[in-house]
Structures are given as C-alpha cells and as structure tokens.
Design a protein around this ligand. Sequence first.
Ligand code: NAD
Length: 254
Amino acid sequence: MGARIVKRFIDKVAGVTGAGQGMGKQVSLDLAAEGARVVISDIIPELLDEVKNEIESAGGECLSILCDVTSRKQVDTMIELTVKSFGKIDILINNAGLLIPGAIEETSDELIDKTLDINVKGVLYAIRAVTPIMKSARYGRIVNVSSITGKRGDNSTIFVYGASKGAVISLTRSAARALGPWGITVNAIAPHAVLTKLMRYWDEEKKRSVAEKIPLKRLGTVQDMSYLMMFLASDESSFITGETININGGYYMD
Ligand SMILES: NC(=O)c1ccc[n+]([C@@H]2O[C@H](COP(=O)([O-])OP(=O)(O)OC[C@H]3O[C@@H](n4cnc5c(N)ncnc54)[C@H](O)[C@@H]3O)[C@@H](O)[C@H]2O)c1
C-alpha cells in the first residue's frame, strides 16, 4: 500500500473473514499496517499462512484461524479465540463470499444452499457472535461485503447470488438500527468488477468490455476496496451507519 502517515487502528482488534486472498487479504494487510491486531480467517490454510507471514514480516500482529463461515460453531469459536487472545474485537469485516456464474436453469438446489450459507448465514453468524462483545464495549465497526448485484440484480451469476447480496444490504440496515444505540456502526460496500480469483471466469475480452462501460474506464482493484473498508472500519466514519456504499467507478449510481 502507499505511504500513510496516520495509523488509524492502533489499539484496535479486527477480524476479517475470507482473508486468504482478494480484497480480504488486502484489507487485512492494510489494517495491520495501520496498527490493528488482525485476526485473519479463511478455509484455505496455505493462504492464511502467506498472509500471516506478510503481516508479521512487515512488523504487524496477527492471529490466523481456520474458519468456515457456514459453520455457526466455527464462527463462534473464531470470535471466542479472538477475545481470548486479544481481549476484545472492535472491527469485524464480513468479506468471505462465493460467486458462481450460470443461468437460472443451472442454479441447482445445492448451489442455492451453498451460496446462501456462505454469503448470508456466514454474515449473520458473525454479527450475532460479536454483538454481546461490542455491546458491552459500547463500540464496534462492522463492515459487510455486498455487491452491485444486491442492488440491481444480475444475470451472469447463478440466480441466487444477487439475492444473497441483497440480503446483506437488508441485514446491514437491521443490524445498524439494532446496534446504533451501543455505538456500533454497521455498513456495507457494494463492489462491481474487481479483479480477484472470484472473477476468474472473465476472459480478457470480457474484462475489456466491462471496463469500457465504466465511466472511470477501468476495473476495480483490491486496494480500492480496502481503502473504503478501512474508512468504514475507522472512527472517520462514526456518523455513517446502515449504508451500502457503491464502489464501481461510476458504473451504477443510486
Ligand atoms: N471481485 C468482485 O468483483 C466482487 C464484486 C462484488 C462483490 N464481491 C464480494 O467480495 C467478497 C470478496 O471476494 P473476492 O473477490 O476478494 O474473492 P476471492 O475469491 O479472491 O476471496 C474470497 C475468499 O473467501 C474465502 N472463502 C470462501 N468460502 C469461505 C467460507 N465458507 N468460509 C470462509 N472463507 C471462505 C475463499 O477461500 C477466499 O480466500 C465476496 O463476498 C464477494 O462476493 C466481489
């Protein structure tokens, strides 16, 4: 990341799901670089090892936990271990997500369950697990990763993906209303077209044609996403809650 003079997360503890690669990895590195103790979790151990090494070799502090967000028990344990190791959790980034391309007819029962389990239930479990801890601290920053598809629908991903990300927008608002009185903000980001492993099914022609339709004439980067997530995780955004912020180069505005 670029040089930063201000470290916004000294004394803060942050948990990031799906931190092994993509935007989850970037925000984990950046939070640690700005002073946070970061709990990285994912389902792929080798990726977690790489992120942990990168954080620690840059002088940051990090705890790595294997956690499948579809398992309520694993999510609860991840939050318990966070509190046991670092004494609290100030920031939760619900980033883990699954996107599968396909048409309505290709949307099998199994894929519907899998998508909803990761993209919706995973977020619910994690918010529920941190709620008592953040309430008693009377402080919290929760950042969920929705998608442009959650706002405007989509026909390139399987039928349920947009619905799963729409659910994230709704539960962001519900949690923001419920937790606001305790000084906890809950916001989401709605990205479009960020080049990560998730988008591996786009060939060069598809990338070019998507970028062409974006007013800023490029695809998004994990760094773009991380800067917004960090803003929402910081005290600079303390009067913003319940929002799902578009981050798409001007492609979709609402
Ligand atoms: N890339 C985009 O253009 C784009 C656009 C809109 C929204 N999003 C959302 O951004 C988030 C991050 O996506 P990305 O593009 O960085 O993808 P990515 O595939 O690079 O990273 C996702 C990470 O989540 C992990 N993961 C998957 N299932 C998990 C589970 N059950 N439990 C824990 N971790 C799990 C993966 O192992 C992976 O490391 C997702 O929620 C995705 O839906 C991405």
